[in-house]
Design a protein. Sequence first.
Length: 467
Amino acid sequence: MTVSIPFDNTFARLPSAFYTRQAPQPVTTPHLLAYNAELAGNLKISDRDPVALAEVFSGNQMPVGAEPLAQLYAGHQFGHFNPQLGDGRAVLLGEVVGRDGIRRDLQLKGSGRTPYSRNGDGRAWLGPVLREYVVSEAMHALGIPTTRALAAVATGETVWRETGLPGAVLTRVAQSHLRVGTFQVFAARGDTESLKTLTEYALQRHFPAAQGPMGLLRAVRDAQVDLIASWLSVGFIHGVMNTDNSSIVGETIDYGPCAFMDVYHPQRVFSSIDQMGRYAYANQPDIAVWNLAQLATALIQQYDAPETVVEEATEIVHAMPGLIQARRRQCFAAKIGISNVQDNDESLIRDLLQHMSDAKLDFTNTFRSLCDNAQCPDIPHAWQERWHRRIANEPDAIQGMQRVNPVFIPRNHVIEEMITAAVAGDLRPFERLSQVLKAPFEEQPDAEDLRQPPTSTQEVKATFCGT
Ligand code: AMP
Ligand code: MG
């Protein structure tokens, strides 16, 4: 018995320059660890047999209609251009148009070597697979655009990092895997034909109302503006905002050394390899602009006379910081109950954040306590008076705040503990965390422990890229 998936593939119809056809490498003893039945329902996948699901979502068995391939892309990694990356440990199985009418990629991650693996083993271990499963699903529940997790399968094989670790495969679902780097690879090669084809494809698939390369650039910018402001508003730090990890449709993608902040600190960094703090929390807007500039640079190369669009492209990119700033202000205003944001609300927000930073307050719990009590003992009286005056005419301030200030976020130390348990064979913490994070804005009295910031011994200082 196999699993039936209603594939309807378009990327596989593009010219062969865009990918290499590549089957997943079989694994010894696949075992289904987690399955997202709600997402499967939207994707019109109804099989429930865990053995059959494990066969398919480990890559051991290809469902009818799958056309596995590894996508080609390039990328700026920590500012340095790598002219060729590509899916080094992932294969796209194909696409499904969901019940919601949206086309999505189904991709196996950790499915073995591909022509783009370089020195890598093409595999993933259980820790990052469960981390991505939990954090991407939490992101979705928070209402932030993101790739999603359909399945996690243990391979029964050992993956070697610093030590031997249990292997796993994640099935990732995304509106697409088109990245800034997907455009860069053809620009770097001077392959304008492929650039044009890709631009047309991206417009049709994601932004049918937009026109031409500059229309695409503007649409990607607007999607990224919303995404970055959303990240900031929940204290999320992506950690590796390389151009190959920057989805053009504006979904959060590639959960490596990412984390939600506990204590608010604008220069907080998690990735152990980000020594310069390039991808620190407060740098994310600048980096998104930098990444968009790389997309602009790639896109203009498809014009016969690129110099004629430089001005327009520059304008589109230069407008981005202001747009992020405005959207961020709107998000933070909403966090303190303001719906009709005004310019001078910025100082109210800034003073609150400054105090949180000085007093080393927990980002998530401080905002939530404001909306639960409409006053928070940790916040200076003077600020609270100003704030109360400001929201006096906001009838639904508290309800509004409860809708945007989560009770639960996937805290880094909780994830680490969940992974440790899973490696020891205990999936209960993973299942409990997943369940609680489905309703992040609701009080859940049985889960008070998951709200607590880490103690000094629990605190995770850095997340290693060793994925
Ligand atoms: P990432 O930092 O996860 O975005 O990965 C950057 C590049 O390295 C991508 O081309 C990945 O496919 C590739 N890569 C990461 N880990 C591995 C691995 N274990 N084996 C092969 N390629 C990998
Ligand atoms: Mg990546």
